[in-house]
Every structure is written in C-alpha cells, then in structure tokens.
Design a protein around this ligand. Structure first.
Ligand SMILES: NC(=O)c1ccc[n+]([C@@H]2O[C@H](COP(=O)([O-])OP(=O)(O)OC[C@H]3O[C@@H](n4cnc5c(N)ncnc54)[C@H](O)[C@@H]3O)[C@@H](O)[C@H]2O)c1
Ligand SMILES: O=CCS(=O)(=O)O
Length: 456
C-alpha cells in the first residue's frame, strides 16, 4: 500500500485533500502503457493532434475559473494572478495547436561538395519517445501546458509529474487533456515518492526529461539521467535597470507587477533593481508610494495583490535573505514584516552587491535597490550570479540597449519592460544555471524531437 500525503491551503491551512503516492509498480505500468502510445502517435496525424489541442484550449477556457480557484487554494496565489495564468495557458494551448501543423523539415541536394553525387536528403522531425515532464509549484497549469502541449504536438508520449502541492490541479488538467482527445496511453499522471525519483529519472523507457524547477533538483536529475535529452528551465536572479531617461511611472509599474505579483515567486521576477542616481530618489519615492497601496491578504479576494508564499519554509528563506542584507548594511525603505507564510512587500536600499539577496535567487516579494552612475560599473555586478534568465531596461538609448543585449548574461532582454515579460510563443530560457534549452512552443517542440533524414 503506497504512502499517502495531505495538502492544505497555504493561506488558511484548510485541508485540500489526502492523496496516495504512485507506487513503483504503478510507475512501471504507466511507462509500459506510454510505450504503446508511440505507435498510437505514429498512426495519428498532425491534423488530428492540432484539433485535439484546439479542443483542449476550448476546455481550458470553459473551466478556467474553476481551475483558477483551485490554483489559488493549492498555492496561495491570488485569484487575479491565477486568472492571468489560465489566460496564458489557453494562449499557450492555442499556440501548440497551431504549431502542431508546422513541424516541417527541409529537402537538401547532396551535390554541394565534390564527389557527393546527385542525392536528395529529406530532413524530417520525429518524436523522441516518452518525455518525463516535471513542473514546479508556481504556475501549475501554464508550465504544465508548456511541456505537455509541445510534447504531444511533436508525437511523443508524456509521463507528467507536478509538484506534490499541485496534485488536484494537475489531475484535473490531465482529465481535461483526455477529454480533449489525448489518449490515456499517450499521457499519464504520476506522483512517486521522492525516494523513487532517481530510479525514475534513469529509467530506460524515459527518453527525455523536461524539467522546470530549482538547481538542486536539476543537479539530481542530470546525475541520474545519463544520455537522456534534458530540457531544464531553472531559476533566475533577473535585473531591472532604470536609466536616467526612463519613463519612471512605467518602470515603477513593471517593478511592482514583476516583483510583488505572485508574491515574487516567479523565475523571471525583477529580483534586483539598478536605478541611475539622477532619477533614484524620484523612482524610490514613487515605488514606495505605489507599493504601500498594495493589498496583502486573502488570495481568494479580487482586491488582494499579494498572498502568502507557498509555505512557511519559503517565507523563512526569504526573511533570511532580507536579514542578511540588513546585517550587511542595507536599510529598509518599506516592509521587513512577516506573518506565517506572508512576507510583506519589502524594499531595501544601500544593499551590499555581494550579499545573498543580490547573488542568489530570492523567491519572494523583496526588492533590493542599487543606485549607480556608471553603466560600466553595474554590468559585472549584474552578471555576478550563477543565473542568467531574463533582464529588463527602461531607456530610449538604443545603443545602450544593443550593448547590454550583448554583454548581459541573459536569454532575453526586454526594452522598456521588466525581466518578467514573457509571451507564450517567444523562445524562453536562460544561460548558466538558469537552464539548458528553450521553451516557447515551437522551440519546445524541436527540443522534444530529433531530425531523421531520408536520402534518395
Ligand atoms: N525557468 C522557469 O521557467 C521556472 C519557472 C518556475 C519556477 N522555476 C524555478 O523553480 C523553483 C521553484 O519551484 P519549486 O520549489 O517547485 O522547485 P523544485 O525544484 O523544488 O521542484 C520542482 C519539481 O521538481 C520535482 N523534483 C524535485 N527533485 C526531483 C528529482 N530529483 N527528480 C525529479 N523531480 C524532482 C518536484 O517534486 C517538483 O515537481 C525556483 O528555483 C524557480 O526559479 C523556474
Ligand atoms: O516562474 C516563471 C514562469 S513565467 O511566469 O516567467 O512564465
């Protein structure tokens, strides 16, 4: 009999449900079933897969409010953030449906080089097999769609493992995928105990692992996965740069939306703010004024902007980063207040560029402000982190935008927006310890496929 686990609402500790882990025998049965899905997928058509994904988008839209409410209960994410996630998930699913029809290769003539004859090479894209899709707690539907959708569109089978906290949401998503027409031998949910994960990551019937989460888990996966293809979307310590010609209201709005929304629990959150000295005081004053108006409280209420973090431990970790920064000389412009799993929006000044808050990933609503007068001086500070996901800069200086695009360690730089800018079909991913490979629907399809060439 498998062990069970129970979940509670991070806001009020109300029980959400009690669930059973997937036993190892059940995992093996699921993988065997998914192997039969390879032929099911081979016998299907891109047309059929595109239509199934279009139907899934309709079902997600039809059930978006129920799913948003469930996300909020499971994660403490505000209902407004959960509704935005559902809108993004519908968009991502529509993009999967459209890209499912566009998985085209190319035809090459062999006579480009001496004595290679007159052959034609027909380059096709084919699925890798069974993809182990693993998702984090913070966007339980949209990040799952970004894995399941492209994997299915490419013709793969999928073994889907969400974070334990997201069990009810994930199970409901899989039900809707099956209702839309994704066959049961092509998509299976699982929740093995942690002790089984190394064995599962190494399993020969898993051909690729598509993971989003933290560095520690990614390292464990990579150690067990051997030659499997890995797609790793990991953490971020993203900068937002405010230059002396910035639109200050726009920059403040981006900073608040991209640092304090989702209680700061986004890989692409604006985790470090670099503000030119000429506009620093005006920016800081406007930022504090607008941040002080934010409603902190019950995530189920429409007016709430910041709910609790995913659990007390997460709040304690963020508090540790803040206290370390203060011990090293930072001053508090607002916040530094805590209540259970709540971290109140916190803005720090005079931050030591070497403190944990500036170098590590702080997954909570804390904003260190760093005043500067010379761009040359902040580039090494911005790059002095293991991460390199996204960046944002507010300026109209195109030459500076171009220079930072080349010199910053990021996968995306957004001009006159924050690092939290993301639309579902753009390539998404970072460098260094922010991950390996790219999501963004058509890019994820390629990551979960291989080229197969017919020479005639
Ligand atoms: N780059 C992105 O798109 C992105 C998006 C969201 C979150 N994140 C990152 O995720 C982290 C927060 O999410 P989290 O706390 O859920 O991350 P986490 O790493 O604790 O867990 C992520 C998932 O991995 C699973 N997992 C843990 N160890 C594993 C192992 N050895 N083998 C297989 N699966 C394993 C977990 O059960 C969960 O499903 C942050 O670092 C954040 O930056 C990145
Ligand atoms: O946590 C990051 C996911 S997203 O919001 O940037 O898509």
């Amino acid at each position: 009999m498998s062990q069970t686990y129970s979940l509670v609402n991070p806001y009020n500790n109300e029980p959400i449900g009690e669930y059973q882990y997937t036993s190892w025998d059940q995992v093996e049965q699921k993988l065997a079933l998914l192997k039969t899905g390879h032929k099911t997928q081979r016998d299907s058509s891109a047309f059929e897969r595109a239509n199934v994904l279009a139907r899934l988008a309709e079902l997600l839209k039809e059930h978006s409010e129920d799913l948003a409410q469930l996300i909020t209960r499971e994660t403490g994410k505000t209902i407004s953030d959960s509704r935005v996630e559902m809108m993004r998930a519908v968009n991502a699913t529509i993009a999967c449906s459209e890209e499912a029809r566009q998985i085209t290769g190319e035809a090459l003539d062999s006579d480009a080089y001496a004595s290679m004859g007159k052959k034609i090479g027909i380059v096709c894209w084919r699925p890798l097999g069974t993809i182990f899709c693993i998702t984090p707690f913070n966007f339980p539907i949209n990040i799952a769609i970004h894995k399941i959708g492209p994997a299915y569109a490419a013709g793969n089978s999928v073994l889907f493992k969400p974070g334990p906290q997201n069990t009810a949401t994930a199970r409901r998503l899989v039900e809707l995928c099956h209702e839309a027409g994704i066959p049961e031998n092509v998509l299976q949910f699982c929740m093995p105990e942690m002790k089984e994960l190394d064995r599962l990551n190494a399993h020969p019937d898993i051909h690729a692992i598509n993971f989003t989460g933290g560095t520690a888990a990614a390292n464990a996966i990579a150690a067990a996965a051997g030659y499997k293809k890995l797609l790793l979307e990991l953490g971020g310590n993203d900068p937002l740069i405010v230059m002396d010609d910035a639109d200050l209201e726009g920059a403040v709005k981006a900073a608040i939306n991209q640092r304090f929304a989702t209680a700061g629990q986004r890989c692409t959150a604006a985790k470090r703010l670099f503000v030119h000295e000429k506009v620093y005081d005006a920016f800081r004053d406007l930022l504090v004024e607008k941040s002080s108006e934010l409603v902190v409280g019950d995530p189920a209420k429409d007016e709430t902007f910041i709910g609790p973090l995913i659990h007390q431990g997460a709040a304690d970790q963020v508090r540790g980063f803040i206290e370390d920064a203060i011990e090293r000389g930072a001053t508090v412009a607002m916040g530094n207040q805590y209540e259970g799993a709540f971290v109140y929006p916190t803005i720090l000044e005079n931050v030591d560029p070497e403190c944990e808050l500036m170098v590590e990933e702080a997954f909570g609503p804390v904003m260190p402000l760093f005043k500067f007068d010379d761009v040359d001086a902040i580039i090494p500070i911005i790059n002095n982190t293991a991460y390199g996901l996204q960046g944002g800069i507010f300026t109209n200086n195109l030459a500076l935008i171009r220079r930072l695009f080349e010199e910053l360690d990021v996968g995306t730089l957004a001009a006159n927006d924050g690092p939290g800018f993301r639309t579902e079909h753009f390539p998404f991913g970072g460098v260094k310890e922010s991950g390996v490979g790219r999501e963004g629907i058509k890019y994820a399809i390629r990551e979960m496929s291989f080229t197969k060439t017919l020479v005639l």
